[in-house]
Design a protein around this ligand. Structure first.
Ligand code: ASP
Ligand code: MG
Length: 419
């Protein structure tokens, strides 16, 4: 059993959807579960729609129409027969969303967001499934929400692994054994029957969740790049493709800012030793990158990851007490309360430095809260560099005269916070 995940770029227009058909024809075969993200930049448009709906902005109708038009063009481009059932199903989904916009929104914006934004994945999976069926690639459409059970953390759902993996192995596995299943990434459902999304770019994570429950033999993430690169080619012209990388290295890369794989994807796969292939949908027979169990052939070339838009804060006490257990626990509690993720931290006797994503308004709220009790110094707009297998002589070129605020070395990985 294999899991194939196609992201937004792989279904951004009718030609792209046709190409997905070609990939499946050539490399699909038996026992395949297909997971698809929303088409092109639909999620961004639906985010605007959710906001307009929540705020009672009349612009919601115009945004809705744009989303509808974008999908209509793809449906027409694919020549999906308007006499088919599935065509009606897709039309009905749009009507459902349009009606939803006339309701009074829930009080919690995040809940509203998930109910609206999740339509992107439903549309794309319905359209892909219909197109594939009409072109002879027989498949069954299924709703991922029936399998992925989450808590109530809207926009960042936490998966209930026991329920989810049991539903997948008992209910989905027998179906995938018989025929190809097309489902969607990014969405699950909570116990109150509301849609909960798994966080932006979460479809890779969905692929890993399904692979875990199915005990799949592999996961393939189909991208518009050749595989995982050792640096962002836009910033490092000499970037090269990685052929093989171990799970722990890949987790580190994704966590510290390489955008090619969603950070939560690797651990479920690692725990069952399911290999992850990252391959190009434009050149499906090419090797791509393999993420798997560490061997002595783990990556030797340097990896450069730059995470921009960071804020460094240094927290110290007003009463000259040391930053030890009780202060640390108060500080961590505040981070958890305001949902601010820590990318790097370092402590000394008298201060505690933390590098975070500079996301307003939650970081502002956190700073306000902490400054009631602590003295805080901030450095906005810093970069976090994570360099593995680094060579000392490369670091100076990389720094280009910029100042290092924090330096941290663990084995052969160097992290720098740079102003
Ligand atoms: N469509 C969602 C997003 O754009 C999920 C994904 O693409 O993985 O964030
Ligand atoms: Mg995407």
């Amino acid at each position: 059993m294999r899991v194939f995940k196609f992201g937004g770029a792989s279904v951004k227009n009718a030609d792209a959807v046709r190409n997905v058909g070609t990939v499946l024809q050539e490399l699909g075969g038996e026992e395949v579960l297909v997971i698809v993200s929303a088409m092109g930049k639909t999620t961004n448009s639906l985010e605007l729609l959710a906001k307009a709906f929540y705020e009672g902005d009349a612009n919601k109708h115009a945004i809705y129409k744009e989303v509808k038009k974008f999908h209509d063009e793809i449906i027409n481009g694919l020549l999906i027969s308007s006499a088919s059932h599935t065509y009606d199903d897709i039309e009905n989904l749009f009507i459902e969303l349009e009606c939803e916009l006339e309701n009074t929104p829930f009080e919690d914006f995040d809940q509203v967001y998930d109910q609206i934004v999740s339509y992107g994945e439903i549309f794309s999976s319905r359209i892909l499934s219909a197109y594939l069926n009409e072109s002879g690639i027989k498949n069954r459409w299924m709703d991922a929400q029936n399998f992925i059970s989450t808590d109530n953390t809207y926009r960042e759902g936490k998966v209930d692994w026991d329920i989810t993996s049991s539903l997948i192995s008992k209910k989905l596995k027998p179906i995938v054994k018989k025929q190809m299943v097309v489902t969607q990434g990014f969405i699950g459902r909570n116990k109150n029957n509301f849609t909960v999304t798994l966080g932006r770019e979460g479809s890779d994570y969905t692929a890993a969740i399904f692979a875990y429950g199915l005990d799949a033999e592999s996961v393939t993430i189909w991208k518009d790049v050749a595989g995982v690169m050792n640096a962002d080619p836009k910033k490092f012209p000499e970037a090269e493709k990685i052929d093989f990388i171990s799970y722990p290295r890949a987790i580190e890369m994704a966590y510290y800012g390489a955008t090619v794989i969603h950070p939560k994807t690797i651990q479920p796969l690692q725990s069952k030793h399911i290999p992850l292939y990252v391959k190009s949908f434009l050149n499906p027979k090419a090797e791509g990158t393999v993420v798997g169990v560490s061997t002595d052939k783990d990556i030797q070339i340097p990896i450069y990851i730059v995470k921009g838009n960071q804020l460094l804060m240094s927290v110290s006490t007003n009463d000259f007490s040391f930053i030890v257990e009780d202060n640390l626990s108060k500080i961590f509690e505040a981070f958890a309360k305001f949902h601010v993720k820590i990318n790097l931290m370092q402590n000394s006797a008298i201060s505690f430095s933390i590098c975070v994503e500079n996301e307003a308004p939650k970081v502002e709220k956190l700073l306000q809260h902490l400054s009631q009790e602590y003295a805080i110094e901030t450095y906005p707009n810093v970069d976090l560099f994570t360099i593995t297998n680094f060579k000392n002589e490369d670091i100076n070129t990389l720094l280009n005269g910029r100042e290092i605020l924090i330096e941290r070395k663990v084995k052969n990985t160097l992290q720098l916070v740079i102003q």
